[in-house]
Design a protein around this ligand. Structure first.
Ligand SMILES: Nc1ncnc2c1ncn2[C@@H]1O[C@H](COP(=O)(O)OP(=O)(O)OP(=O)(O)O)[C@@H](O)[C@H]1O
Ligand SMILES: [Mg+2]
Length: 272
């Protein structure tokens, strides 16, 4: 594990997280996480289920206030929710939630441009045209603009969530499993799009993914969480020499290693 003090925020860090802690009663979802991402770079977050990945993202976007530690964006402390600095950065951040979090009472295009209409007062006509453009970018046809999220397949809903995340042309893009449930061709298309956004617009991207191939080959940096702690972080080019047993097991998907699953008697009998 990388000690927090070795991973203190550097002056040129755009996203800097230091010693972040967040608990829900007895559940310690994050136990002193520290990492950083330079402006315009991409980072994949990996880790087993319940490691704290989604909680970390919700802290980054300002939905959860950390119990301990600090989050700095471009040198500004945004650890406290509800203040003006936090709100300013929330507006500069686009987020795809793990379960999309689309409003079923709104049409697809209204979901995509919700923040543009509410906060930036874009006219409905301009907003709808913008939404149709974004739908094209994620491979959906203009007819889907007028549908309700519940009329869409799971993969289509996911793509609407991605379109909403990029609708404001954010400086920071946070994506919780953008390719989960998508077929390989569509996954590839979405990852190409994410890379193009980072490269052409200079967007800083953090993506949670369960696809180790994507994490290794599509992102510049990697962070691995396990049980609320950071097991490893660094450039993906350094993974081979990381020498971290958790990381090695996560990347290989092996059942042998320090990451264990609590299994019942039935399971033990099945594999005996
Ligand atoms: N609002 C909440 N209230 C109580 N516990 C929570 C809350 N949100 C998350 N947790 C708990 O925090 C821990 C980490 O959850 P999190 O959603 O971050 O996991 P994850 O790494 O995203 O897992 P997965 O890969 O399955 O999505 C879990 O034990 C979860 O039950
Ligand atoms: Mg999650």
């Amino acid at each position: 594990m990388i000690p927090a003090e070795n991973n203190l925020p550097r002056k040129d860090d755009f996203i800097a997280v230091h010693d972040l802690g967040k608990s829900f009663g007895a559940v310690h979802a994050l136990r002193g996480i520290s990492f950083s991402v330079p402006r315009g770079e991409t980072m994949a977050i990996i880790g087993p289920s319940a490691a704290g990945k989604s909680v970390l993202m919700k802290c980054l976007v300002g939905l959860y206030a950390p119990d301990t530690g600090r989050i700095c964006l471009d040198g500004e402390d945004v650890s406290t929710t509800g203040n003006e600095t936090r709100k300013k950065w929330a507006e500069k951040t686009g987020m795809l939630f793990q379960h999309n979090a689309l409003f079923d009472s709104l049409q697809v295009w209204e979901n995509i441009c919700f923040s543009l209409i509410e906060s930036r007062k874009l006219s409905r006509k301009v907003a709808r045209d913008h939404a149709v453009d974004l739908l094209g970018l994620v491979g959906l046809d203009p007819d889907s603009a007028g549908l309700r999220p519940s009329d869409l397949s799971g993969g289509m809903q996911k793509r609407v969530g991605i379109a909403r995340a990029i609708a404001t042309d954010p400086e920071i893009l946070l994506l919780d499993n953008p390719t989960a449930g998508l077929d390989p061709v569509l996954s590839n298309h979405i990852e190409n799009m994410i890379a193009a956004i980072a490269q052409k617009r200079g967007t800083t991207v953090i993506t949670i993914t369960n696809d180790m191939k994507i994490a290794r080959h599509r992102y510049q940096n990697l962070a691995m969480l396990h049980d609320g702690t950071l097991q490893w972080t660094g450039p993906t080019t350094e993974i081979e020499n990381a020498g971290n047993a958790y990381l090695t097991q996560m990347l290989s998907g092996s059942s042998q290693g320090p990451i264990t699953m609590r299994t019942g008697k039935r399971q033990d009998q099945l594999f005996a």
